[in-house]
Design a binder for this molecule. Sequence first.
Ligand SMILES: [Zn+2]
Length: 502
Amino acid sequence: MGRRGRMRAVPAAPLPARLGRLLLLAALAAGLVSCRASDVALDAPTTTTTAPATTTTTTTAPPATGMAGDPGVGDPYFPELGNGGYDALSYHIDLEWLPDNGSIDATTTIELTPTVDLRSFNLDLVGLDVSLVAVDGVDVGFRRSGREMTVLPESVLPAGEAVTVAVSYAGRPQPISLGSDVFGAGWQTDGREAYVVSEPAGAASWFPANDHPTDKALFTFELTTAPDQVGVANGVLVEERPEPDGRRTWVWRAADPMATYLASIVVGDLVIERTTAPTGLALRDAYPPEHAAPAQELFARTGEMVATFEEWFGPYPFEVYGHVVVDEALGFALENQTLSLFGTDLLGAGGAGERTVAHELAHQWYGNAVSPASWRDIWLNEGFATYAEWIWLQEAYGQPIERSAERAHAGADYGVAPGDPGNEELFQPTVYIRGGLALHALSVEMGDEAFRALLREWPQRFHDSTASTEDLRALAEELSGQDLATVFDDWVHGTELPPFPT
Ligand SMILES: [Zn+2]
């Protein structure tokens, strides 16, 4: 995620959107917060949802043998995210957006392989009315509690034998207030336009998921929209077809494994523009037609950036790249896999906009191809993406990386360890700035050659997977032959900001 503001954009407690904005405006007027008004996502949706009461929708007794899959993967920040007992292989999300009443009607079909003999297992899903759950075509029971939906097959699902789970559901998705200091994560709508901002825990607001980066899967999206709307998603558009009632269906396929938080759809008044990077990589951008000129200007150097970053990071990890602009001043951008999300506030933003384009592109290697093993490792995403901005400033404008790092170091007192920012402010500045500075300190300690080898080897070794801070240290020590404990202790785990490394 690329941030423009450095503050909580909405009050912590869920409030009606308009009230939240008014309070924020009042706080700004009173000088209670120190940031430029243009940095604040004043129009960001602020409605959040509370967990529904426990509901039981079945009386079927589960099989007496086999195991119940764990309701979480034990993430140190969000223990309830994800689920144990299986590996999700693919999601097929067939979703109708009904803009007139702000609701969806969807069926998500998940192919998964049990890793143990399962008598029940969980999916993460918040809100929405589930009408049917089927395993290999047979209707089964289920029960729901908070984020957890427990699926109750009629017989034990043997370890290692893939099954297909279909979930049909409908309703008005609501963003989830969990681990985001920007706003409730997940489904967003500002009228007829709908989009998602799922990092870290919002995917469960719009599809049933094993919602943790450690279980990546393939995705297909089948989006049915109003006749005058366009649906875009991660990956490549493989089909566009008219429906008998005049609506349109857009089928997008993401061919590389993807973390659930990066799964993205946007339905709106959009045009799609296709170009090619100098490296041959297919690029496609989507934006509202009235923003065509500033959007084209903002994304004009993407192809050059791909070429520059391939020199530094190795081959671009996916089959396609591009951006989608929603008609909303978001106050941030988000690196959804192959399709980064931007708001109107970055249009015409000059250098800040261009740096954000570089930042989100760099996340395709650092964050998307290699995702954090736990949400405590978020600095690995943001530190690399910040460092990549400095690379772009050097390669495109001749400003040495060291100079950018020095300026960042002088900018503020980042007195929170980037390696443990806490689960309520995952995206606080230390994660970005001290994260980038930690990598600069590592480059000073390792020397240029070994550090550049690290930048390339990281996405090679851990692509389509996840990695932790310990993995980074082990790889850096392997490539440099040095003991790098002090750099990690001081820059990643220490509270006090160390002096600028020279
Ligand atoms: Zn970022």
